[in-house]
Design a protein around this ligand. Structure first.
Ligand code: CP
Length: 315
């Protein structure tokens, strides 16, 4: 079975079987990262162009490492150093890259919908590596992989997603995914940072972290995205930490086997206390490790099967 889609643009359009396929494929790829020689020939001869038009550490490095582990050829472009800085449009950039026949475009962009715009106009498969405040599908997939690895399941879990939900593509992708897979999701944050329509998407809403954390199986803390805030969403960072910062005392109210997640980058002392981030319940670096396996799975499922099928039919 292959995903029905040419692209991976969001979790919203995925079916549960497709999510399970990606997670199961990632499970089989994870072991490659533990070998002394971390390389398989699976995508030899395929070309992936990584277009990162917004800063990134984890996603960018993770895609590049995933491509190298699968033996794909990678090309990396950002807004600085490409002809976008000379005024070329995003569509012209994508069409020129397509003319060089890559197999995949991986795109991060500050504008919501930018990868969808390119995917509709290019034959090349597009993977959304985070678009504005919309979706970050591979982050939600690696989060689900990590939860499943630690808890053995996704259904029936009590997951709290807390922080700046308004500006968060990670929140949107995780909400879609966790609801599809049967988790109970509580969205927690100050009223100014909870997007409208969250209840319609199936989340419970809590304005109190002290209440939300009670009995949680998974605590997922999200970054306060100061760079996207044009107004005053809360009085001060100190006040935010007092009400919405996850501390060891607060985490004690969760299930004894709670796991603590954060997609990064973290604001230590704002949404999360360092004692929690670096403490025994934290799986934050497991998320990063699993990101490579999940991205290997996505690259393989979108670019891996096609040529084999073409060769089979050509033969
Ligand atoms: N989680 C995440 O997307 O991090 P980066 O912005 O560093 O890629």
């Amino acid at each position: 079975m292959r995903p029905k889609h040419k692209d991976l643009l969001g979790i919203e359009e995925l079916e549960t079987e497709e999510i399970e396929l990606i997670l199961d494929t990632a499970s089989s790829f994870k072991e490659i990262g533990t070998r002394p020689i971390k390389k398989v020939p699976t995508l030899r001869g395929r070309t992936v162009v990584n277009l990162f038009f917004e800063p990134s550490t984890r996603t960018r490095a993770s895609f590049e490492i995933a491509e190298k582990r699968l033996s794909a050829d990678s090309v990396n472009l950002g807004s600085i150093g490409s002809s976008l800085s000379k005024g070329e449009t995003l569509l012209d950039t994508a069409r020129n890259l397509q003319a060089m026949a890559p197999d995949l475009l991986v795109m991060r962009h500050g504008s919501s919908g930018a990868p969808h715009f390119i995917a509709r106009r290019c034959k090349t498969s597009v993977v959304n590596a985070g678009d504005g405040m919309h979706e970050h599908p591979t982050q939600a997939l690696l989060d689900a992989f990590t939860i499943r690895e630690h808890k053995g399941r996704l259904d029936g879990l009590r997951v709290v997603i807390a922080g700046d939900l308004l500006h968060s593509r990670v929140f949107r992708s995780n909400l879609w995914l966790l609801k599809k897979m049967g988790s109970e999701v509580t969205a927690c944050g100050p009223p100014t940072l909870i997007p409208p329509g969250v209840r319609k998407l199936g989340a419970k809403v809590s304005r109190s972290l002290d209440e939300a954390v009670e009995g949680a199986d998974v605590m997922m803390m999200l970054r306060v995205q100061l760079e996207r805030m044009k107004g005053n969403y809360f009085p001060s960072a100190r006040e935010y930490f007092r009400l919405y910062g996850l501390t060891p005392e607060r985490l004690q109210r969760a299930q004894p086997d709670v796991i603590l997640m954060h997609p990064g980058p973290m604001n230590r002392g704002i949404e999360i206390d360092s004692a929690v981030a670096d403490g025994p319940y934290s799986v934050i670096l497991d998320q990063v490790t699993n990101g490579v396996a999940v991205r290997m799975a996505v690259l393989y499922l979108l670019a891996g099967g096609g040529a084999e099928e073409k060769n089979a039919t050509a033969g």
